[in-house]
Ligand binder design. Structure first.
Ligand code: NIG
Ligand code: FE
Length: 396
């Protein structure tokens, strides 16, 4: 075997599905050719043009943040202060703040300003070993502004060493100009779908199924239209109340249902049967000081795959660290180290429907995070420390 590059003296957490736990190979090596992994396993003699000596460090797949809203303008620091004084997220939303405050700022911002701000945020994630990021629109909520945000997401790919999955979050909130005409708004976002699909501006759609946002019936209309355009589905479900959003997402064969604090046993069973991934977002739970944790044990019992993401957004989760998200998932929800690391690698890839990232196996893209740690638990238990040694992203 001959390779472009080998990584020797590595302790691999391959995350391979056929192996127990993290799929550990203690005295391991990894070989790459043309940006694809051709070997990951025990040390052996492989010739290569370039040799990287990992000196016993741990190598994981490059991390995947499978749920962010990182293209936005303005900030919501005032809303943060209002919540400290007792206002709730729902109070603020009903008074025209919250998501709509960010929508007003994002509509007013230029494409260039949005791009510059988003690039800076993306760099912060990348610096902690992230190699794939999902980014949602949803702060435009009118044709021109949604397209502007989706084009900014596309622009983030240019000259950037990161994979980006783009999601059209059309059903995020009802803008003021459509108050009293919910059907009209739904029609508008459904009519945008063919354009979004044809221009490749998004691979999936998303919605917010909640009392302050859209009903299950409204989400169903949007999902049917999206499926007609061959777009994949994701859903913000059961975050603040149980509208059975998780079951709805499963019924449509969605890639993921996200948040899920109020999901019940039937919702979890439906997700398991459909293979819908549960995306756990501990940053929003923390920021909103929620009390009801997502039913992790129920997901475990049903064998639902769980991912962990930042939900990076200016309102409910101004969280720029996937490592800290893992820590929060462990401490707040008692997710294990194994579940957390799977949640930002293999299961996060599943939440995006991407089969070419998330594990260290032959055939996958050579996206790696190499860490100055003695054991994988260090990725989860430390808060605010970044043990990344080197991040490898390959254009494959
Ligand atoms: O994932 N839940 C809805 N959407 C975002 C919040 C967006 C915002 O408040 O700006 C979320 O928490
Ligand atoms: Fe979100």
């Amino acid at each position: 075997m001959r390779a472009d590059r080998v990584f020797t003296n590595a302790r691999l957490a391959t995350m391979a599905p056929g192996m127990p736990g993290l799929g550990v190979v203690e005295r391991g090596m990894l070989a790459e050719t043309g940006g694809r992994i051709i070997y990951a396993g025990p040390q052996q003699g492989i010739e290569a043009a370039e040799i990287v000596d990992c000196e016993g460090r741990w190598v994981t797949p490059g991390l995947i943040d499978c749920h962010t809203h990182l293209v936005y303008a303005g900030d919501r620091a005032g809303e943060f202060e209002a919540r400290l004084e007792g206002a709730s997220y729902e109070d603020i939303a009903r008074a025209g703040g919250g998501i709509m405050a960010t929508v007003r700022a994002t509509r007013a911002a230029s494409k260039f300003a949005l791009l510059a701000a988003a690039r800076a945020r993306l760099e912060v994630l990348k610096a902690q070993g992230v190699t794939t990021v999902e980014i949602k629109s949803g702060y435009g909520l009118e044709e021109a502004a949604e397209l502007k945000v989706l084009r900014v997401i596309a622009g983030l790919r240019v000259n950037n060493d990161v994979d980006i999955a783009s999601t059209f979050l059309g059903a995020h909130a009802l803008p003021a100009e459509f108050a009293g005409d919910r059907a009209g708004f739904l029609r508008m976002i459904c009519e945008l779908l063919p354009k979004v699909a044809q221009e490749g501006l998004a691979e999936a759609v998303d919605g917010f199924c909640e009392g302050i946002a859209f009903s299950p019936e409204e989400i169903s209309v949007f999902f049917e239209a999206a499926q007609g355009c061959r777009l994949k589905l994701k859903l913000h479900a059961d975050q603040l109340s149980n509208l059975h959003g998780a079951a709805l997402a499963a019924r449509f064969g969605a890639l993921s249902a996200d948040h899920l604090e109020y999901t019940d046993e039937d919702g979890a069973a439906a997700m398991a049967a459909a293979g819908t991934v549960a995306v756990i977002l501990p940053g929003a739970f923390y920021t909103l000081r929620e009390r009801q944790a997502p039913p992790i044990d129920t997901f475990r019992r049903h064998g639902v795959k769980m991912a962990v993401a930042t939900d990076l957004n200016p309102g409910t989760s101004p969280l720029f660290s996937l490592l800290l998200a893992m820590n929060m998932a462990a401490t707040q929800f008692r997710m294990t180290v194994e579940e957390c690391v799977l949640g930002v690698t293999r299961h996060a890839a599943a939440a995006l429907g991407r089969g070419d990232v998330g594990t260290l196996e032959a055939g996958k893209k050579c996206h790696l995070a190499i860490w100055n740690i003695e054991r994988p638990a260090e990725l989860v238990y430390q808060m605010g420390f970044n043990p990344l040694w080197r991040r490898v992203w390959s254009a494959a």
